[in-house]
Design a binder for this molecule. Structure first.
Ligand code: BGC
Length: 371
């Protein structure tokens, strides 16, 4: 298959698994992922914007709006409880990270209190407007934007589950970067709150730099100095520091040293989920960072590696070329079946890297408004 065909195939897979409600299903054939996440969905919408498919992205943001409206009372109650010091820290008190495609919470035990997606959707919405000039959408979604901002302003320093849905009792620099990214990106669209949001953004930034670092690098979680590939997000795309910032450069050097096997990137060194394989979406992220720091040849190399991981059903969540915990692989296969494929987020990051490398056909490039 050519690169052009793989890009088309990625967009086709994404559209096929976008529900009528606008939600993107994380992975249609993998039971635990037959839901829609704010995190996966926003990066999927972002890829669609980069490919000129603005209508798909708009439908996703309207779905986010419908979810936040549906759970607005819950969000307000959580805000009031935290402000009154009544927060138990209980998972269930807070907005969830994933929903059914109809925007309902999913029953059952899950590390559902994750704040990153609430920053991420605001960042993605601002990108949608930048790439498609869809200014009216911000006005339409304004109540949900305001409520999300109130929620994040109140909750950003609470411990919550990280983007891998683990470690719910700590604070995570990558999560805080997503909140920073959302707050600062949307600030330009809500001028009435500009001063408040500038202050909030600089408070988050100061906190992450002062408390979320050790030995000149960002850390996986406060109190855990390990490296995690999601730390790439701090610079790209959330811009809490620049890609060339020494803190970032040392963090990426650690990711390359400790988490890169060949051209595949692991999540973190002690990962045991499906044996701790390499995640194409994280490889794409490293490629994205490389493009932004002038290391294009390495980004191209990574892009080719992702193409080599293509399975008949599309791109998987993770591959088994190099496992960190091979003994754990069989346990997960017995429990949930083989790893998720296709994973929409993997396809999305492939498209984002293609866009960064200038490989999208002109009709698909970001300046074009297809709809
Ligand atoms: C990942 C999350 C992701 C979810 C759905 C989980 O295994 O850790 O980051 O949102 O799958 O793709």
């Amino acid at each position: 298959m050519t690169t052009a065909a793989r890009i088309d195939e990625s967009l086709r897979i994404i559209l096929k698994h976008q529900a009528a409600s606008g939600a993107y299903i994380a992975s249609p054939h993998f039971r635990p992922y037959q839901y829609a996440w704010l995190r996966d969905g926003t990066f999927t919408a972002y890829a669609m914007n980069r490919a000129g498919q603005h209508d798909s992205a708009r439908r996703f943001y309207r779905w986010c709006d419908s979810v936040i409206r549906k759970y607005a009372d819950k969000a307000r109650a959580a805000i009031a409880a935290v402000q009154a010091g009544r927060s138990t820290g209980g998972n269930e008190q807070f907005l969830h990270t994933r929903y059914t495609v109809d925007g309902d919470e999913v029953a059952g035990e899950w590390g559902s209190f994750q704040l990153d997606g609430y920053g991420t959707w605001l960042w993605g919405l601002a990108e949608h407007v930048r790439l498609s000039s869809d200014y009216g959408l911000v006005q339409e979604l304004r109540p949900s934007i305001d409520l999300t901002l109130d929620y994040l302003r109140t909750c950003w320093q609470l411990s919550n589950y990280d983007c891998w849905e683990e470690v719910g009792d700590r604070q995570h620099p990558a999560t805080m970067a997503a909140i920073f990214g959302g707050v600062t990106a949307i600030a330009g669209h809500v001028p009435q709150r500009a001063a408040e949001l500038t202050f909030l953004g600089s408070s988050i930034r100061r906190f992450v730099i002062e408390s979320g670092t050790a030995d000149g690098k960002f850390v996986k979680s406060l109190g855990n100095p390990a490296v995690d590939a999601s730390l790439l997000w701090i610079a790209v795309p959330f811009g809490l520091v620049g890609a060339d910032d020494p803190l970032m450069a040392r963090t990426v050097a650690a990711i390359e040293r400790e988490l890169l096997a060949g051209r595949g990137v692991h999540r973190y060194a002690t990962d045991t989920y499906y044996g701790g394989g390499q995640w194409p979406l994280l490889s794409a992220w490293l490629g994205w960072y490389h493009v932004r720091t002038g290391r294009r040849a390495e980004a191209e190399d990574i892009f080719r590696w992702i193409e080599e991981q293509w399975l008949p059903a599309g791109l998987p969540e993770q591959v088994q070329e190099h496992l960190l915990a091979p003994d754990a692989y069989g346990y997960w296969v017995a429990k949930e079946g083989t790893p998720a494929v296709p994973l929409l987020w993997s396809h999305a990051m492939y498209v984002v890297l293609a866009a960064e490398l200038g490989l999208l056909a002109p009709a698909r490039s970001e300046g074009q408004h297809k709809d």
